[in-house]
Design a binder for this molecule. Structure first.
Ligand SMILES: NC(=O)c1ccc[n+]([C@@H]2O[C@H](COP(=O)([O-])OP(=O)(O)OC[C@H]3O[C@@H](n4cnc5c(N)ncnc54)[C@H](OP(=O)(O)O)[C@@H]3O)[C@@H](O)[C@H]2O)c1
Length: 353
């Protein structure tokens, strides 16, 4: 029986990768619904090709989940928009293939708690978490000493020296990955790594201190797990998001892919180095944070990236805006989705004042 799948954010970079995976495995997947925010024609064309229902608009992702049954729901929308459909999919008993980083950053406790209660799985799509997930297959509890998340370093790894006047075009020019604009800017600032550490904490039940970030510009080693006995396992593959997308959709099986495997001898050398905190000030936000701080962190970054893309603030103001919001945020716990939305709304109002 093919797996029934919903693709939320089907017109985006991850969504398009998922559509490609399905095209290559028509007997393995049955896409029942796809969603987009504004790209109506493209969403409808994808739906027509795959024999799925199309949903477009602000509430499209939630409606796609509520009006369809599926085995796996791929959540690949942007920012806080992923939270409602993720919770809706969990409540309907669907496994969630999760790409949208902000969902676990803002509401990790809530989402993982509901997933446990409903007996559904949160399957990571992000290449780093997929790598950790793959290294952990077959591992027994208590054996993990450290997770190492790799970072490409983005477009500003080695220059320019002064980042205050870099343009949106420069920040969007990623050396390795073709991704949507939000995550590409997050990759330039390394805020994506901050999010990934917090996500790893929820996905793999490890303290934030047990997750390290290492710069690996070749983007071939996608992350590593070090076990208590001193062994380190890594997952390697070419930098192509269709690999982790396919694994999340096919798990626990591995499906064939028409892709040349890695040629290590041709690669020659793989390099690793520590990230420079002066060049990537957002890395200071990697910390165990209580109250509503994780939701404020993600919301402030969403506001700041949007403001930078629209020419309202400079690139170097992104970290400052996040710091400002975190320092002035009200104090309350994220005990419900409403509290997460409250933190999100407060942050947008505060930074837009
Ligand atoms: N791209 C990657 O390689 C990558 C890697 C790791 C993690 N991720 C994460 O995956 C998520 C998707 O990234 P992406 O690069 O695929 O983004 P993207 O290319 O910008 O695509 C976003 C998709 O979500 C839809 N969308 C945008 N805003 C929405 C909203 N407010 N409500 C409902 N739907 C909305 C878009 O529809 P329209 O086309 O109509 O705008 C589009 O289909 C992000 O959270 C990102 O952090 C991405």
């Amino acid at each position: 029986m093919p797996k029934r799948i919903i693709i939320l954010g089907a017109t985006g970079s991850i969504g398009s990768g998922a559509v490609d995976v399905v095209r290559s495995h028509p007997a393995d997947f049955d896409v029942v619904a796809v969603s987009a925010l504004r790209s109506k024609e493209r969403c409808e064309a994808i739906a027509a090709e795959l024999g799925a229902r199309a949903y477009v608009g602000e509430d499209a992702a939630v409606r796609a989940v509520e009006e369809n049954d599926a085995d796996v729901c791929l959540v690949a929308t942007v920012g806080v928009s992923g939270l409602r459909p993720t919770l809706a999919a969990i409540e309907k008993g669907m496994d969630v293939a999760l790409a949208t980083k902000e969902v676990l950053v803002m509401a990790g406790g809530l989402v993982m708690g509901r997933a446990r209660a409903k007996g559904v799985r949160i399957l990571p799509v992000d290449s780093e978490h997929s790598a950790v997930f793959q290294c952990l297959q077959g591992a027994h509890g208590g054996a993990v000493a450290k997770l190492t998340l790799t970072a490409s370093g983005g477009p500003f790894l080695d220059g320019p020296a002064d980042l205050s006047s870099v343009t949106v075009e420069q920040a969007l020019h990623h050396p390795r990955w073709a991704m949507g604009p939000k995550v590409t800017i997050d990759s330039a600032t390394m805020m994506n790594k901050v999010f990934e550490v917090i996500e790893a904490r929820w996905l793999f039940d490890v303290p934030v201190d047990a997750v390290e970030i290492v710069v690996h510009p070749e983007s071939v080693v996608h992350s590593l797990v070090t076990f208590a006995d001193g062994s380190t396992l890594a997952q390697l593959c070419p930098p192509d998001m269709r690999v982790p997308i396919q694994y999340a959709l096919s798990w626990p099986d591995r499906l064939q892919a028409e892709r040349a495997p890695l040629d290590l001898a041709a690669l020659g050398a793989l390099t690793f180095r520590r990230p420079d905190p002066g060049r990537f000030p957002c890395l200071r936000f990697v910390r165990e944070a209580g109250g509503c701080a994780p939701a404020v962190l993600a919301a402030a970054d969403e506001w700041a990236v949007d403001a930078f893309i629209h020419g309202k603030i400079r690139y170097t103001d992104i970290a400052k805006a996040v710091e400002d919001a975190l320092a002035n945020a009200p104090r309350f716990e994220l005990t419900s989705p409403e509290a997460v939305y409250e933190a999100n709304d407060w942050t947008w109002k505060y930074l837009s004042r």
